[in-house]
Ligand binder design. Structure first.
Ligand SMILES: *[C@@H]1O[C@H](CO)[C@@H](O)[C@H](O)[C@H]1NC(C)=O
Ligand SMILES: *[C@@H]1O[C@H](CO)[C@@H](O)[C@H](O)[C@H]1NC(C)=O
Ligand SMILES: *[C@@H]1O[C@H](CO)[C@@H](O)[C@H](O)[C@H]1NC(C)=O
Ligand SMILES: *[C@@H]1O[C@H](CO)[C@@H](O)[C@H](O)[C@H]1NC(C)=O
Ligand SMILES: *[C@@H]1O[C@H](CO)[C@@H](O)[C@H](O)[C@H]1NC(C)=O
Ligand SMILES: *[C@@H]1O[C@H](CO)[C@@H](O)[C@H](O)[C@H]1NC(C)=O
Length: 336
């Protein structure tokens, strides 16, 4: 629920004042109007509808044993296989999702075993908060937590909360849309800088805000113990925050209700000024995936010279190099 909570207290006090001092009526009415306006602006409150911790990840998400749409060197396995091979593991406060690091990839197979999960539910206006202790790292890895409506893609849009390849980042947040959606070159409401302004999939590949934090992705993220990502999506704006471990996240970050208006300047702020969010973004599922190589990570211009061999032969043969290719989630919450 994204309904502004009116502060009834202010209104009652003001009415009483008006009765006692009729000559201040005009002033009081203005005060009432101003107070309501301020509370409407300041008090957007969301209630937790989904608390996903430990074993709940196995029920809240569907395992997607499907061919990777990005043609990765990956074999997405089903739930039974993932659990049998310990590619996913749940304890009371932990959910691990990883690529296999025990077997050489057999010739003729799709690739290294890994896991892709999509939430059963989908959301329009909502907040999602995720405490992540570790994300997949290593040459050839392409991890992402993102939101999408895949039906008739890209007509209902995509929001990438955290995504990168080969430990390179880009530590950016990105929207992908159909034609006719872009951002203004305005950074006044965010700490990031704009990398691309055109949100069209067929344009520069999406509108992308590069976050200033060096700790938001891959080895630096993991060495620092991870951190908390949050997305707030409304019909007029989308905001992404990141709090590295060791910095103080908002007190309500894992509470039953959140007020993101009080969370401070976000890393990324996407405005609807030049993009009709209601038309361009549909009900989105949350997806966690970990592919290897694929159209982005194995691109010869992207796969680093410091990485071994080619992306595919590295993935196939260098099994132990994938020991750090895992997600470790402390929790994921959705608020509406
Ligand atoms: C499965 O993975 C978890 C988390 O990494 C680990 O603690 C556990 O020992 C593993 N279980 C087996 C049977 O390997
Ligand atoms: C996950 O799959 C989607 C396509 O459905 C793709 O856009 C995204 O880049 C993929 N990312 C990873 C890490 O597999
Ligand atoms: C994160 O962004 C900063 C600033 O744009 C950049 O210097 C740094 O290399 C990036 N880190 C990663 C891992 O992409
Ligand atoms: C993007 O371009 C491809 C071909 O270049 C085309 O098939 C597709 O319809 C275009 N998508 C959009 C959303 O314009
Ligand atoms: C935004 O404007 C600044 C200042 O004019 C410019 O340097 C920068 O390249 C622009 N960014 C984009 C993504 O167009
Ligand atoms: C590694 O894997 C590739 C692709 O599967 C294969 O052609 C190659 O022979 C392997 N290389 C080594 C050194 O094992």
């Amino acid at each position: 629920m994204h309904s502004p909570i009116l502060n009834g207290c202010n209104l009652i006090t003001s009415h009483l004042k008006a009765k006692e001092h009729p000559n201040t009526m005009q002033l009081t009415i203005s005060f009432i109007a101003l107070a309501s306006l301020l509370t409407v602006v300041n008090a957007a409150s969301y209630t937790r509808t989904d608390k996903v911790v430990g074993p709940a990840f196995n029920e809240w998400f569907a395992y997607q044993a499907m061919p990777d749409p990005t043609k990765g060197r990956v074999n997405y396995v089903n739930k039974a296989t993932a659990q049998a091979q310990n590619l996913t593991f749940a304890s009371a406060d932990t959910f691990i999702l990883r690529a296999d690091s025990k077997k050489v990839v057999p010739a003729g197979s799709l690739g290294r075993d890994s896991v892709r999960m999509r939430s059963f539910k989908s959301y329009t206006i909502h907040v999602v908060t995720m405490d992540i202790r570790h994300m997949p790292q290593g040459c050839g890895t392409w991890p992402a937590v993102w939101e999408v409506q895949e039906q008739d893609y890209p007509s209902l849009g995509e929001v990438d909360i955290v995504e990168g390849v080969n430990d390179l980042g880009p530590n950016a947040s990105t929207l992908h849309s159909s034609a006719g959606c872009s951002m203004r070159n305005d950074t006044s409401q965010m700490t990031a800088t704009w990398k691309h302004l055109n949100c069209e999939v067929n344009g520069s590949g999406g509108c992308s805000a590069s976050t200033p934090s060096l700790l938001s992705y891959a080895p630096p993220f993991n060495a620092n113990g991870g951190g908390i990502y949050a997305l707030e999506r409304t019909e007029t704006y989308m905001k992404v925050w990141f709090w590295p471990r060791g910095t103080a996240p908002p007190a309500d970050i894992n509470a039953n209700a959140v007020k993101p208006d009080a969370w401070g300047k976000p890393a990324a702020y996407f405005s609807n000024a030049q993009c009709d969010f209601k038309a361009k973004f549909g009900a989105h599922h949350v997806i966690i995936n970990l592919t290897l190589c694929g159209s982005w990570a194995s691109n010869p211009n992207v796969y680093p010279k410091t990485c071994p061999q080619t992306c595919i032969s590295h993935v196939d043969n260098n099994t132990a190099a994938f020991r750090e290719a895992y997600w470790d989630f402390k929790y994921l919450n959705v608020y509406q």
